[in-house]
Design a protein around this ligand. Structure first.
Ligand code: HQG
Length: 183
């Protein structure tokens, strides 16, 4: 993605997930903003953007973070919100094992309290090891935890799958966690 698209993508992530008011936007209950409002907000930030460029930001985003409504009049983040939104996630039965990438300095707290959602709506888990490695490596050397998701689901914990493939749950108690052998 070009620098120009990346700047717009960062602004969208911030407004659509965390701080719509910073962009002068309001999100509907399902997290949608109108494309017209978003283009106006980008222009106010000195990031004047055509509709075609906005479509490119959505399409070229590495993690498919954003989606457009069918008529392309609205845009929202697929997941990762800290602001209250509802209805963007499909309940789904998880695979037996999911992965979470974190870093050494959080391990003691995680093994004590389990994985908690911090600022986000959910704890984020991935079906593949590689993705978890990348998520952990955003902070420092990644440490990978395995989550006994099948057992959790059998015990009544709810899971959802975002439309870009991130597994979401409310809390992973420590008894379902194990530190994966990193070798
Ligand atoms: C840790 C990015 C202490 C947790 C990525 C993580 C992902 C605890 C951090 C998505 C804890 C929260 C999500 C506890 C969890 N005590 N630390 N009890 N429980 N933690 O960013 O999973 O670029 O909210 O291990 O690619 O790192 O935003 O979650 O290190 O998909 O699209 O607290 O964010 O995607 O950090 O990342 P985050 P995450 P985007």
């Amino acid at each position: 993605m070009s620098k120009e698209l990346a700047k717009r993508s960062r602004a969208l992530s911030y407004w659509l997930r965390h701080a719509p008011e910073q962009g002068g936007l309001t999100l509907d209950p399902a997290g949608w903003a109108t494309v017209a409002d978003v283009l106006a907000a980008l222009a106010r930030e000195g990031l004047a953007t055509s509709e075609a460029v906005l479509h490119a930001v959505v399409e070229e985003n590495d993690k498919r973070r954003f989606e457009l409504s069918d008529d392309r009049s609205r845009i929202r983040a697929r997941q990762g919100h800290s602001v209250e939104v509802e209805g963007s996630w499909e309940a789904a039965a998880p695979p037996a094992v999911l992965y979470h990438g974190t870093v050494e300095r959080f391990l003691a707290a995680i093994m004590r309290e389990g994985l908690t959602k911090q600022q986000r709506h959910h704890v984020h888990l991935s079906a593949d090891f590689e993705t978890a490695m990348k998520v952990g490596a955003r902070r420092a050397e990644a440490v990978i935890l395995t989550v006994a998701a099948g057992r959790m689901a059998a015990d009544g914990h709810a899971f959802a799958l975002s439309t870009n493939g991130v597994w979401l749950t409310d809390h992973v108690p420590p008894r379902y966690l194990a530190c994966k052998d990193q070798s």
